[in-house]
Design a protein around this ligand. Structure first.
Ligand code: NDP
Length: 282
């Protein structure tokens, strides 16, 4: 499996498995099935209420812990120094693991929710740095941070975020933010790489897929990987889990990359870091 090297020296697989909405026995089977098909990165979050499920899926796979890369996330209602330490231990317990490969701040604090969002993010980050120094987390990162959130975080951070996980798929790929992260040596990870299904039916994507004898899903995922961005598609179907992992036997041409880059906006989730709590985010 292809890997990228994070700014802290740890390696991250370019393909991972998303688990939003995967719960119960189906969730356990899906996680175990993904691992058996070669996925080693598994992405969960406290707010998905499936960390126990993911932990059971990992055990059911029989694969040794050291060969896996597990990500979970701190929910935005629990930001702050002390609560980060507490919430991290809760996640670890639910996953039944003794360390996490990548721990992310799921959404930054914003002015609607915290009197001093800058300090809240700084305090949260300090706790993440402590957990990393204590050996409980290998890499620490953020999710849904805009440039303005990162710039403020840099003023107090001792450790640079290794990853920023953001919405990124054909039709909505936050090009400027991605370039900013790359300039800062922060690896970008794409959430909703298939725009939760809204990329299907697009003529440009279908034409490219046909030419390569691949599916539209595979073309979208490959386009993301060729941008040096990590993908974490979610599926509950063993067939689609396998399909989404068969990405390494073809390459998109520069012209094809450009034509996907240029697609008009489609599939945007409507989720932005500064608007909650008006809308339920994942
Ligand atoms: P995705 O873009 O991965 O799309 C998932 C949907 O696409 C499901 O309905 C799935 O259906 C379908 N699908 C998957 N593969 C195929 C295929 N090959 N052909 C046709 N349909 C397919 O959406 P997610 O929102 O789940 O994003 C992926 C992961 O990113 C999440 O699971 C989560 O881990 C993370 N995430 C993080 C966020 C954050 O704020 N940090 C926000 C949102 C997601 P089916 O299951 O039936 O196959």
């Amino acid at each position: 499996m292809q890997q990228l090297t994070l700014n802290d020296g740890h390696k991250i697989p370019t393909l991972g498995f998303g688990t939003y909405k995967l719960t119960g026995p189906e969730g356990i089977e899906s996680v175990a099935s993904a691992i058996s098909k070669g996925y080693s990165l598994i992405d969960t979050a406290a707010v998905y209420e499936n960390e126990e499920t993911v932990g059971k899926g990992i055990k059911a796979s029989g694969v040794v812990r050291e060969h896996l890369f597990i990500t979970t996330k701190l929910w935005r209602e629990n930001l702050g120094y002390e609560s980060t330490l507490v919430e991290f231990e809760n996640s670890l317990k639910r996953l039944d693991l003794d360390y996490i490969d990548l721990y992310l701040i799921h959404w930054p604090a914003n002015a609607k929710n915290y009197d001093n969002w800058q300090k809240t993010n700084a305090d949260t980050w300090k706790a993440m740095e402590k957990l990393q120094a204590d050996g409980k987390i290998k890499s620490i990162g953020v999710s849904n941070f805009f440039q303005e959130h990162l710039e403020v975080l840099f003023q107090t951070a001792n450790v640079l975020p290794s990853v920023n996980q953001i919405e990124f798929h054909p039709g909505y790929w936050q090009q400027e933010l991605v370039q900013y992260c790359k300039n800062q040596n922060i690896t970008v990870e794409s959430w909703s790489p298939l725009a939760r299904g809204k990329v299907f039916g697009n003529d440009v994507l279908e034409k490219i897929a046909k030419k390569h004898h691949k599916t539209v899903a595979q073309v979208c995922l490959k386009w993301i990987i060729q941008h040096q961005v990590i993908v974490i598609p979610k599926s509950k179907s063993p067939k689609r889990i396998e399909e989404n992992s068969n990405l390494f036997d073809f390459k998109l041409t520069p012209t094809e990359m450009n034509s996907i880059d240029a697609l008009p906006q489609m599939g945007f989730s409507g989720e932005l870091p500064n608007m909650w709590p008006d809308k339920k985010n994942s």
